[in-house]
Ligand binder design. Structure first.
Ligand code: MSP
Length: 649
């Protein structure tokens, strides 16, 4: 984050498309920002944390039309699910901006007017291809790279079919910024974390920048283009500006606020939207005479099997269900610590459960419990400062300082997963210390030494609680409470930990709370009563509304492979081809009713957006529909062959 020397910290997440509830991918970007924000609060900085929703554009307009809703009514219906999820995960944001907020709309219009007055926006004509899911104009370079000059090209980013567009359009003079951008990248090699992403950006800019179309005439769901009612603002020119409008840009009376917060210290985004953030966005800012953000933190994708987790693939995992099943801080820990920023990472229930058991319940939770139980059993609730520290305890303190220094370095560069890897190295050292010192033996003939070991362990846990607070705030508040400590505020806690000797007194609580419970039996992700009540599902008359029905993504697929799952007497593992949506593994308990060749090469109907589930150690990425007649099952096949992937409506 490279911001140790400033007293403020401004962090942003991408703003999310509101055509679906948040999934684990959206949670990931938001969590990284929350951890960064909390870490900077511990440095005693003023923090502004901006997140929100991207509500305009063709993609949203089409999604609204599909459920026969007005766009505004449609987007409104997703705001609570987003806010509820962030609340559940203790995402402590400062502002939730919506691109339909009046101050944002007015500020974007003011921005366009300013650039028009400077001659940086002009009217012309656009003819080319457009990808609605990515809301992006396909560039000539994309076409050339993919060797697709004569046919309708697929989107270079998401691989879906694009549409030919020919319309009058306003253009931003992006081409004027090619050299300035290249110079900026050269002078700021740490602008993007990880550094490797910079190479793609530089290559794209070097190959030549064309002016960017920033208005559309064929849709109405967008910010009206100032002075020209036939046009609405292109969704990215609207959305990117949220990062400045969210802190008061071009809003009367907000100049001081804006000047205080801008530029952003850290902007978090996934690798799919680098081009917008590392090229268009800096060029917009240069054109506006505004400073550029200090750092972009670009993370990889959470994958399910081979594919990016995404709504359109129907392979999303719901944050709500995970939190209820495993606990909020456990999920925060797993996502931030075990997914590497630099690459794509698979999501796996098995790994999640292993990490909870090994890292949280065993390494950290057990350490606290063993120390608390032993101390309290031996009447040592009030832990005083020892007269002298042993060599081993001094070494433990040195190791703590070393940990904090290395932790800060990684956090400042945005490598949060590595930072927490370092913290866990220290937790292992503390465990080793406790084990080697054998306080349960020492108590038999040396009370003073026993108290010294307990105090050193408490100090170490105290440091760990602060290091882990950005990641697991609620659990670390409980840990501090069990040590009898109130969260400090008003000073840079890391500077204090680094500069002061171990002189804390602890007042241990004989608290029965187990910090992290072991998962003894594999969890089943099911719709528990608790989840239902959080989702506020209505059960009146057992009816559902059209919006509930549209949540279920039903598609036709061809069963291309049928394999017996050895450990089960019911299950087949099917490989099902969904055409443009790929091939999925779907486990189905229909072995008693169908022989493999009764299923092979048949088309059937599948639920495609069911959260992936592990069964018998294999992942099922959907569900096959069958009709149950008495005790036999009937396959649901379309009457005539239809294209794989076709959705039922
Ligand atoms: N609305 C645009 C962003 C505009 S920012 C000015 C957008 N929205 S999005 O909802 O599609 O994606 C938002 C963020 O979620 C992106 O950073 C994206 O990378 C992230 N994720 C969505 N799915 C993801 C995974 N499966 N894994 C990790 N993050 C991914 O793009």
């Amino acid at each position: 984050m490279d911001s140790l020397n400033t007293k403020k910290f401004y962090v942003t997440t991408p703003i999310y498309y509101v055509n679906a509830r948040p999934h684990l991918g959206s949670l990931y970007s938001t969590l990284l920002a929350d951890v960064a924000a909390r870490y900077n609060r511990l440095h005693n900085k003023k923090v502004f944390f901006l997140t929100g929703t991207d509500e305009h554009g063709l993609k949203i307009a089409q999604a609204a039309a599909a459920v026969e809703k007005a766009p505004k009514e449609f987007v409104d219906s997703f705001i609570e699910p987003f806010k509820d999820t962030w609340k559940l995960y203790n995402i402590d944001y400062t502002r939730f901006i919506r691109t339909t907020d009046p101050d944002h709309v007015a500020a974007v219009q003011a921005w366009i007017m300013r650039l028009m007055q400077q001659g940086l926006i002009y009217k012309s004509h656009y003819a080319g291809f457009y990808c609605t899911p990515c809301e992006t104009f396909v560039t000539e370079k994309d076409l050339a790279d993919n060797n697709i000059l004569n046919t309708v090209p697929l989107c270079p980013s998401c691989g879906r079919t694009t549409e030919y567009v020919s319309e009058e359009s306003y253009f931003f003079k992006l081409s004027a910024y090619q050299d300035k951008l290249l110079q900026f990248y050269q002078e700021n090699p740490d602008f993007i974390t990880p550094r490797e992403r910079m190479a793609e950006v530089v290559a794209f800019v070097t190959s030549g920048l064309k002016d960017l179309s920033i208005s559309r005439t064929t849709i109405t769901w967008g910010i009206p283009f100032p002075g020209d009612t036939h046009h609405v603002t292109y969704v990215w020119a609207d959305a990117l500006n949220n990062y400045i409008t969210g802190v008061g840009y071009a809003t009367p009376g907000q100049e001081k606020e804006f000047n205080f917060w801008w530029p952003a210290d850290l902007q978090i985004l996934g690798k799919d939207i680098v081009r917008f953030h590392a090229i268009y966005w800096p060029a917009f800012l240069m054109a506006s005479n505004l400073a550029l953000p200090k750092k972009l933190l670009v993370h990889g994708w959470i994958k399910v099997g081979e594919h990016k987790m995404s709504k359109s693939r129907g392979n999303t995992v719901a944050p709500l269900e995970l939190a209820v099943t495993y606990g909020v801080d456990q999920i925060r820990y797993y996502l931030v610590r075990h997914l590497a920023i630099t690459q794509d990472s698979p999501f796996s229930y098995d790994e999640l459960e292993q990490r909870i058991n090994a890292d949280l319940a065993h390494d950290l939770g057990n350490l606290l419990n063993r120390m608390l139980t032993l101390a309290i059993k031996n009447n040592l609730a009030d832990v005083a400062i020892p007269a002298q520290w042993s060599g081993a305890s001094q070494a433990l303190h040195e190791a703590e300082k070393n940990t904090i220094t290395r932790f800060i370095t990684e956090m400042e560069h945005g490598y949060m997963n590595r930072a927490y890897g370092i913290v866990w190295e220290y937790i292992h050292e503390v465990n080793k210390y406790f084990h080697v010192q054998q306080p349960w033996k020492v108590i038999k003939d040396d009370q003073e030494k026993f108290a010294e070991i307990i105090s050193a362990t408490c100090h170490a846990l105290y440091g760990i609680a602060y290091l882990c607070w950005p990641l697991m705030p609620k659990k670390m508040e409980i840990l501090l409470d069990q040590l009898g400590i109130k969260m400090a505020s008003g000073s840079d806690i890391f500077a204090l930990l680094l500069s002061t000797p171990w002189t804390k007194k602890f007042n241990l609580k004989n608290n029965e709370t187990v910090l992290f419970k072991q998962i003894e039996q594999k969890k089943e992700i099911t719709m528990t009563e608790e989840i239902k009540s959080v989702q506020k599902l209505s059960s009146v008359h057992q009816t559902i509304g059209i919006e509930d029905l549209t949540k279920i993504e039903l598609r036709v697929g061809t069963i291309e492979n049928v394999q017996i799952v050895e450990k089960s007497d019911k299950l087949y593992a099917l490989k099902v081809n969904f055409g443009p949506f790929g091939i999925r593994q779907i486990l189905s308990g229909v072995r008693k009713s169908f022989k493999p060749d009764e299923l092979l090469n048949k088309q059937a109907l599948f639920v495609c957006n069911l959260a992936p589930r592990m069964m018998m150690g294999m992942e099922s990425q959907g569900m096959m529909l069958v009709a149950k007649e008495g005790s036999s099952l009937v396959l649901m096949s379309p009457a005539t062959h239809v294209t794989n992937g076709t959705q039922l409506s």
